[in-house]
Structure formats: C-alpha cells, structure tokens
Design a binder for this molecule. Structure first.
Ligand code: TRP
Length: 339
C-alpha cells in the first residue's frame, strides 16, 4: 500500500531559562531577558523557571523569598507569558533538579568549578558565607538545563561560562554512557540590549545596587520620574550615542530605543537642538507607558492567589513529568536499582 506523506509538524526546539527570585527584576532584566522570553514563546517549546534553589546560595529572608517567588510568577504572566503555552514553574517544586544535580556533582571536577568567575566574584562579595552551594551552583544549573533536553538556553553574558560547563558535563556524561543528554547551545537574542546603572553607567544595572541605580519593574511613576531625573549624564550637553565618552546619555538612549523599537539614529535625530531635560522627560514617559500596563496585570494576578497556585501546580506537574524521563534514564545508566 502506498504511504501518503502527511505533513507532520516539525518538532519545535526546546528552550529553558531561569531567573532568580532574589529581589524584584529591574528594567534591565526586562529589556535584556524577560521580554525576549515572550518573543520566543511562539517559535519554541519553552520552559521558564523561577530558580529559588539557586537563590539560597546567598542568605535569604524566608518570608521575602516566598513573596518574591510568587511575585516573579505573577510578573512573568504580566509581561505576557501565557501559562497554557509555556511551562512556568518553581525549581523547588520539581525535586528532580536536586536529584540530578547530585549525580552530576560526581561527574564534575573541583578544578572546573574553581575556575568559575562568578564563584570568585560572589565569594569575594559574601566572604562570610562561602558555602558549598555557591561553589556547585553551576552544576545545579546544568541539571536544570539537561533534565529537559533543552536545545537552547537564553543567557546573559554573566552566565555563558556556566552554560559552557553544562555542555562539558553533558558531553562527558554522554561519552561514558551514550547519548543521554542533549548538549545545549546558548541563545543570544536579536533584540538584546544591555542596560547600565543610572548612577554608574559603566556598570550593568543591578538590583543589588543602591535604589537610585536601577528602575524596578514595580516602581511607581513618581519613583521612575525621580530616578531618571537624577540619572548621571555628563557636563557636555549634546545628545549623542557614544557609550565610551558619554555612557550615561548613551544608556538613556539605549533604554528608549529598546522600549520603543526605534533605531538609535532616529532617536538621536529627534533630540537635535534639545537638551538632556527633553531626553529625560521623553524617556520617563516611555518607561511609565511600558511598565504601567504590566503593573496593572501584575496586581490582578497577585489578587488572585488561587489562580497563581493553580498555575504553579500545573507547571510543576508538567515539568516533573518531563524531568522524570531524563532522570530515570540517568539513574539506570549509572547503575541504581530500579525501585
Ligand atoms: N543562574 C541564572 C542566573 O542567575 C539563573 C538560572 C538558574 C538559569 N538555572 C538556569 C538560567 C538555567 C538559564 C538556565 O541568572
């Protein structure tokens, strides 16, 4: 009998990414990472994880951690990530992360971990709490990715070394046991823009810096206005995009371009003959117009705890089912007796 060729939809590539619930995400997190997650969700099979296990590598206040994790889930939905289309889940709800992480610990060398620049930076910053979790953090991250056989991982520059080590661990494990893991690639977004501190524009905008250095995604209009007004510029007064010599002004222009989608040239041209006041006032409107609708949705979700719970339960269930396939394979390969 003749076989009719049926149009089988091509299997989508899988994406996994994670964000830590330590603090409220900033405008920089939104522009550099979260907003792209939304763009990817049409084209890829996406899992987005709230990396609460990673957060406790530095000391957290329990009530705050709980609140920030819940808020982060509400924020992910508020930026448009549909939980029917994306798997949204909390890392600690899926025990397979910790389980695979242990196994992978035994396939990773001390020397490899010692070379991680983030470990060196963080242990300098938290010298009173250089715990083993901080040291093995990249192994947990590798487990996050490998459990789901992710093809692509969107990460910022600060995480590329961790992704590299994940690939090394996967390749090593596959070399011993056959093809167990998909070796993931980094995904570098088309619309990536690095947002810098408003006070020290040569450094990345960070939520662990003093309050006036960053705009939080939950800042109200008054705070946004005040922070942009105080943002560092320079003693010159011409508006030009020149990150080296005019980092403050260039940062403000970058934010405007990222949020409006207009080209840098068009934006710079629109300020011809105008001063920094005009730039700051225009940018303030753009930022408020971007964040206000997100904040409205965020508040709606936060007021519907039952729905939030439903979302995280469904997410954990789906994630667990997927993770279990990989973990069972791994346990069999290393020689554990099936229960
Ligand atoms: N370590 C990442 C960060 O701090 C968060 C994270 C945890 C992550 N697990 C991940 C990112 C897996 C990508 C894939 O930004």
């Amino acid at each position: 009998m003749e076989q009719q060729a049926t149009a089988v939809p091509e299997k989508k590539q899988r994406i996994l990414s994670g964000i830590q619930p330590s603090g409220t995400p900033t405008l920089g997190n939104y522009i550099g990472a979260m907003r792209n997650w939304k763009l990817l969700s049409d084209e890829y099979d996406c899992l987005y994880m709230i990396a609460d296990l990673h957060s406790i590598t530095v000391r957290q206040e329990p009530a705050k951690l709980r609140q920030q994790s819940t808020q982060l889930l509400a924020l992910l939905m508020a930026i448009g990530l549909d939980p029917e289309k994306n798997v949204l889940f909390l890392q600690s709800h899926v025990p397979q992360h910790a389980q695979l992480s242990w196994v992978l610990n035994c396939y990773t060398y001390m020397g490899e971990m010692s070379r991680m620049t983030q470990f060196k930076d963080k242990s300098a910053k938290h010298s009173d709490n250089i715990n083993c979790g901080l040291f093995t953090y990249p192994i947990l991250m590798a487990a996050d990715i490998l459990l789901y056989q992710a093809n692509l991982v969107p990460v910022g520059a600060d995480q590329t070394q961790h992704l590299e080590i994940c690939r090394d661990i996967a390749t090593r494990f596959n070399g011993i046991y056959g093809n167990v893991f998909t070796v993931p690639e980094g995904y570098f977004p088309k619309f990536g823009a690095k947002v810098m501190s408003l006070q020290e524009p040569t450094r990345k905008m960070s939520k662990s810096d003093p309050d006036d250095c960053f705009i939080s995604m939950l800042d109200n209009a008054d705070n946004i206005r005040r922070k942009i007004k105080r943002a560092v510029t320079d003693s010159d007064s011409s508006i030009a995009y020149d990150p080296e010599n005019k980092p403050g002004v260039s940062n403000l222009l970058t934010i405007q371009s990222a949020l409006t989608g207009e080209s840098m040239d068009a934006i710079v041209a629109s300020y011809e003959g105008k001063g920094y006041g005009a730039l700051k006032s225009q940018l303030t409107d753009v930022v408020i117009d971007t964040l206000a609708p997100i904040q409205d949705k965020f508040n709606q979700y936060m007021n519907d705890k039952a729905y939030l719970e439903q979302v995280w339960r469904a997410g954990a269930e789906t994630a667990s089912r997927l993770a279990d396939r990989t973990l069972s394979k791994v346990m069999k390969k290393v020689g554990f007796v099936a229960r």
